[in-house]
Design a protein around this ligand. Structure first.
Ligand code: ADP
Length: 261
């Protein structure tokens, strides 16, 4: 392509340095351009499936010459909802990736917030025969955070835990007020499940956008494949990070670290 330029560096003087800088810049531009192309391709791919389902249904309805039955309208509505979620997720992700997501940080009691979130997803878990428990070594635990964004992260981790844990399983949310890691102190929250787990070779890609362990696995359970990359960026924007450990057939634990000051 246009960016496939590189000039051989023949001297170590000023001139050589300028050429080296030029080569580095071209390389970086090429990487950015590749990333942009990949994103556009991924988005097009993700939009195509719901759109073609909708198109097909509408064509069938039109050809039958009758009014569309309610079940069909419900299916169409599902696809529209899926598309809206996807577009909303993409918007947040693109802002976060560009470092332009404005956080509204205030002191919040994270223990109380988590208790409320666990309460909110409890019904969904019970319907699947799953037990969710919340443990905290101290209360209240105050952190500076954007309550809405933090809620989004934990809802996502918990929804995944529910989604990928078979009936009869257990999910626990464990909160510790002070954890030392690389000479800094963090408040730390683990979301652990006894679910299907994630193979070791997939762990490195888990936070990549649209990455799914099995292509078919999450599509019909309603996932956009963006949840974890959004969570990663949201926690990074708070100065924290997320770690994951998993054992196939045993379960998965995501741990969120939020800095204390
Ligand atoms: P999705 O919307 O597909 O759930 P995510 O970004 O939230 O997208 O997750 C990416 C992939 O990671 C999922 O498709 C799934 O394969 C895997 N995954 C996430 N959480 C878990 C979990 N708790 N147990 C097993 N696999 C998980």
């Amino acid at each position: 392509g246009d960016l496939d330029v590189s000039v051989p560096v023949q001297s170590k003087d000023e001139y050589g340095k300028v050429i080296q800088t030029f080569n580095d810049m071209t390389l970086r531009l090429r990487e950015a351009e590749d990333a942009r192309r990949r994103l556009v391709a991924d988005v097009a791919h993700e939009l195509r499936t719901p759109l073609s389902i909708m198109q097909l249904k509408l064509e069938n309805a039109q050809q039958s010459g009758e009014y569309a039955p309610p079940e069909m309208l419900l299916r169409l509505q599902d696809e529209v909802i899926r598309l809206s979620l996807l577009v909303e997720d993409l918007h947040v992700l693109s802002l976060a990736e560009a470092g332009r997501l404005a956080l509204d940080c205030k002191p919040i009691d994270l223990a109380a917030k988590l208790e409320q979130i666990v309460d909110d997803v409890n019904m969904e878990a019970e319907e699947k025969g799953l037990e969710i428990r919340f443990y905290s070594n101290k209360r209240p635990i105050t952190v500076m955070a954007d309550a809405r964004r933090i809620t989004q992260v934990f809802i996502n981790l918990l929804t995944n835990a529910i989604r990928y844990t078979p009936e009869g399983g257990k999910i626990s949310v464990v909160m510790e007020d002070k954890v030392l890691d690389r000479a800094a102190t963090y408040t730390c929250v683990s979301v652990a499940d006894t679910g299907i787990g994630i193979p070791a070779e997939d762990l490195n890609h888990l936070f990549d956008r649209f990455y799914r362990v099995e292509k078919a696995r999450s599509r019909h359970t309603g996932g956009t494949g963006l949840g974890l990359s959004i969570a990663h960026h949201l926690i990074r924007a708070h100065g924290g990070f997320i770690r994951v450990v998993s054992e196939p057939e045993q379960g998965t634990t995501f741990t969120v670290y939020l800095p204390l000051d």
